[in-house]
Structure formats: structure tokens, C-alpha cells
Design a protein around this ligand. Structure first.
Ligand code: KIV
Ligand code: ZN
Length: 515
């Protein structure tokens, strides 16, 4: 029997990117978008073009770059929003405009200050405008799960009549429960005329930890598109986690008979790692599917069982999500060819000059460290994803530290292409380096968090540092990887300051996201 497909609508670059510390610049978004295409998602929601010039350019760039996936831009129902989304998607091979307006009385009264009739008129107008620009229009009724179901029927009926082909039923505040959500989808499908010709989509937030369960229940009730993010990143407690919903369907084919996705699950782990290394936001160790411990069996009785037969405690294999060949190592004798093959296996597209740079970094790491793991290679590549318009570039670093007195650091830094140097003292080496960087860049930002993480096991592991800095209510995370954690620290701090500069230039402080 052939399977009915569930479309995977990935909103890592839009809803996910809205979560604290997860903002990405254009180049980072392109790297993630390429990986999402390898992962096999059906739709990439690349951003919210009206929100800022930066968001507009990122959606446009992703639309030009990724040709085998539907690329979607979000828009409120305003004419300017929709026109801007249409412009950003002009070069897309398969463009989609996703327009939304809130439908719950709570939002109508307190946020929109509009009547139900006014909202209905907006739905009709906006969907028709979007439809005049692109063929593929999705409409979302924001806060659908707290909306009056009878009114929702009217709203979705208007959207279908105006030409929407996907109807999204968001649980914007993560409030619903699986049974209730399934009933709502069933009810809408039965009552909205023309339902048989549209796709019902679900978009869940995880405030009660139910996002995946709610999405799966909605599939059972006939929803055929799931909106989700890699690692479940997103506003507040996050969105439905892509890897969890996909692996639940794949692993429980007895429950989801004749339903599947087109996700290449072997790309899941790489996608998760890539996103973590770009945003600096690591997943918790016990996170389902992609957490460090998701396949680790600690208890003796479990280990014994798994050794005898993996099925005793393992419901899916690490290989199925691409976690397998971790002990397959590269070393200092590995050449360009082996390195290229490994990049291909990891789904990392690095070409031309970037490839040469990555290869040199790999060779120098291999000189310092016996074995190079996949995580090391991912960290090298993620570390190279720098914005072309970076203001600051870290040069040489020299550090003196120990128990004799204060630590000192001499830091060289290029600022808009001009090199300068300073020597600073600190209570420890990281403090000394950061003081030097802060002095040279004249940053007004506040350092909120500093985290070090060994990319792999072993004393010679590559150190990955992530640094959270904030200024005027903007918060960004920078990361850096190096065999020397002090160098990784300097790189992470400079990366964060570059991101902050990028946001200051590209994204207004009060973004009109309103969601
Ligand atoms: O959570 C939400 O309601 C949204 C909509 C824009 C779909 O993100
Ligand atoms: Zn959302």
C-alpha cells in the first residue's frame, strides 16, 4: 500500500529564529537551508520579509539558493506585508506566501482591536492579494485553539474561497491537548466547504510539553502538514520538534499505518548539530532523538540487554538518524580526498576557497589532536560561517596565566580592516582576553553567559565555546571552536560582537513581528 505523505514545513529559520539567542545572519540561514533541503523537508519558512531589511534579504537569498524545496515567507494580512513577501520570493523556484491573522476574541479585543467582521474582510483581501502574486498560499488563524470554533469555520471558509490551499491551525500559546486538538481538526475538516481540496496544517508550541503529541493527534484526525523546527527551537518553550515527530511516525508505523514523511532521517543528527553549532544553543543531554544521551545505556542491566540484543532497550537505531560512524576517524595522514568524502557524507557543502580554508583548519587540528571525529569537522565548518560584512576579525593572541599573579593577554584585532593591538590584565586568562577585545571594539554590550563544551571525548578534544552578549535588549550568541579553549573563547566573543553589529545595522529594535 502506498503511503500518504505528511508534509514537513520547517520553520527553524522563522519561528525558531525568534527564540532568544537563535537569531541567524543571512549566511548562517543559507547554510541551514541547504541542510534542510538535504534533510528532505517539503517547505522552508525562511523568514518574515517585512520584519527588517535583514529578514527580507535572507528570504530572498534562501529562495535563490534552494531550488528543490518550497520556500515560504511570512506576512501579516496588511497589503505592504504581503507585497514585501512577494518581492522577497520573486526568484524562488516554488514560492509560498504564508499570511496570518489572529482569530481568538482575546487577540481581537486586546491586540488587534478589530471586530470579527473586520478580520473576515482582512482574510479575504489578504489571501486574494497573495494569490495574485504566487500560486501557493497558506493561511493561518493565529491562536486558533483559543478561538470560537464556529467563527474559525467562517474564517477558514473565507480563506478557501479566496484561494488558500493550505489552512494552518496554530496552537500559538501551547494550550491545547491531543484529544481536543484532534477534535478541532476533525470538526474543521467536516464543516469548512472545500476542505477536501486543501491541506490542513498544524503548528504547535510546547508550553505544556505537548507540541509533538498534539501534532501527532492532529495527523490522526487528518492534518497533512506539520510545522516544526530542528531541535524544537522556537518562541518560549519552543515549537514541535521536527526530529521527534518524524521519528515517531517512522518508528510507530503500526500506529501510523500508510502515513510517512519524505524526510531522510539519516540527516537528522547532522541537522541538529549544525543548528547547535551555528546558534550556540545546545540541546539538553536527555533530549529525545538528538540529545547526547538519547542512545546511551548507562545502567548495567540495560547494557547487558543491549549487548545481547539491541531490541531489548533500543526502539530505533542511532544509524537511522545518522549518528553511526562516529568512531570512523580521520587523522593527520588523511588527504583532501578523504576530507572531501567525509564532508559529503556529513552533507556539508563546502566548495572552492572555503574548502581550502576548511582543509587547512582540519590539517592543523589533526596535527594537534590524534583523531578527528565528525563533530570536529562540523565544528570546523560551522566556525567558518562568518558574515561577509563582519566588522571585527580576531588576529593573534598571546596569553600569560598561572598562579603567580594576574593573567595577561595581548590581543590583535582588525576593526573594519585596520589592525590594532592591546595588552590587558584579568582575573583569569578568559577575562584578560575579553577585556582586550572589549577595549579594542569599544563594545557597550554586557557579557551574560560563557560556556565551554568539549566537542568530542578525550583530552585533546576540540573546545567549543559559546558566549551570550546583550546590548539595548538585543541578545546574541557567538561561538568559536579551536583546539585551544582560550582561542575558542576569543573567537566566540568576537563572533558574538559581529552578530550584534549585524543586528544593529540590519534589524530594527522594535521589530513588527507582533507574534
Ligand atoms: O504560533 C503562531 O501562531 C505562528 C503563526 C504565525 C503561524 O507562528
Ligand atoms: Zn508559532
Amino acid at each position: 500500500m502506498s503511503s500518504e505523505l505528511i508534509r514537513i514545513f520547517d520553520t527553524t529559520l522563522r519561528d525558531g529564529e525568534q527564540s532568544p539567542g537563535c537569531s541567524m545572519n543571512q549566511q548562517e540561514k543559507i547554510v541551514i537551508a541547504r541542510q534542510l533541503s538535504r534533510l528532505g523537508v517539503d517547505v522552508i519558512e525562511a523568514g518574515f520579509p517585512i520584519a527588517s531589511e535583514g529578514d527580507f534579504q535572507a528570504v530572498e537569498a534562501v529562495a535563490k539558493e534552494v531550488r528543490d524545496v518550497i520556500v515560504c515567507g511570512l506576512a501579516r494580512t496588511g497589503a505592504e506585508d504581503i507585497a514585501r513577501a512577494g518581492q522577497a520570493l520573486e526568484h524562488a523556484a516554488s514560492p509560498r506566501i504564508h499570511t496570518f491573522i489572529a482569530t481568538s476574541d482575546i487577540h481581537l479585543q486586546h491586540k488587534l482591536r478589530m471586530s470579527r467582521e473586520q478580520v473576515l474582510a482582512e482574510v479575504d483581501r489578504s489571501v486574494r492579494q497573495a494569490k495574485s502574486l504566487v500560486d501557493d498560499v497558506e493561511f493561518s488563524a493565529e491562536d486558533a485553539t483559543r478561538s470560537d470554533p464556529d467563527y474559525l469555520v467562517q474564517v477558514f471558509t473565507a480563506a478557501v474561497e479566496a484561494g488558500a490551499s493550505t489552512l494552518n491551525v496554530p496552537d500559538t500559546v501551547g494550550y491545547t491537548t491531543p484529544d481536543e486538538y484532534a477534535r478541532l481538526i476533525t470538526d474543521l475538516r467536516a464543516r469548512v466547504p472545500g476542505s477536501e481540496n486543501v491541506i490542513y496544517s498544524v503548528h504547535c508550541h510546547n508550553d505544556l510539553g505537548l507540541a509533538v503529541a498534539n501534532s501527532l493527534a492532529a495527523i490522526g484526525a487528518g492534518a497533512r502538514q506539520v510545522e516544526c523546527t530542528v531541535n524544537g527551537i522556537g518562541e518560549r518553550a519552543g515549537n514541535t520538534s521536527l526530529e521527534e515527530v518524524v521519528m515517531a511516525i517512522r518508528t510507530r508505523q503500526d500506529q501510523f499505518a500508510s502515513i510517512d514523511t519524505e524526510i531522510n532521517t539519516r540527516e537528522i543528527y547532522t541537522s541538529s548539530r549544525l543548528l547547535s553549532s551555528i546558534t550556540g544553543v545546545m540541546v539538553q543531554p536527555n533530549k529525545a532523538i538528538v540529545g547526547d544521551n538519547a542512545f546511551a545505556h548507562e545502567a548495567g542491566i540495560h547494557q547487558d540487554g543491549v549487548l545481547k540484543a539491541a531490541i531489548t532497550y533500543e526502539i530505533m537505531t542511532p544509524e537511522s538518524i545518522g549518528r553511526a560512524s562516529n568512531d570512523l576517524v580521520l587523522g593527520k595522514h588523511s588527504g583532501r580526498h578523504a576530507f572531501r568524502e567525509r564532508l559529503d557524507e556529513l552533507g556539508l557543502q563546502v566548495e572552492g576557497e572555503e574548502f581550502e580554508k576548511a582543509f587547512l583548519r582540519f590539517k592543523s587540528l589533526a596535527d594537534a589532536k590524534k583523531t578527528i571525529f565528525n563533530e570536529d569537522i562540523e565544528a570546523i565548518v560551522a566556525d567558518m560561517v562568518e558574515a561577509e560584512d563582519d566588522r571585527f576579525e580576531l588576529g593573534e593572541l598571546s596569553i600569560t596565566c598561572g598562579t603567580f599573579g594576574k593573567s595577561s593577554a595581548t590581543v590583535e584585532l582588525k576593526l573594519d580592516g585596520t589592525s590594532s593591538k592591546c595588552t590587558t590584565l584579568g582575573v583569569g586568562p578568559v577575562d584578560a582576553i575579553f577585556k582586550g577585545i572589549s577595549q579594542l571594539t569599544e563594545t557597550k554590550s554586557v557579557l551574560e553567559k560563557y560556556q565551554v563544551h568539549a566537542v568530542t571525548a578525550g583530552l585533546d578534544a576540540l573546545g567549543e565555546v559559546s558566549v551570550t552578549v546583550s546590548e539595548d535588549g538585543r541578545r546574541v550568541i557567538g561561538r568559536g571552536a579551536h583546539e585551544d579553549v582560550l582561542v575558542a573563547s576569543g573567537k566566540a566573543y568576537v563572533h558574538a560582537l559581529n552578530k550584534l553589529e549585524w543586528h544593529k545595522r540590519r534589524r530594527p529594535l522594535t521589530s513588527p513581528r507582533g507574534i
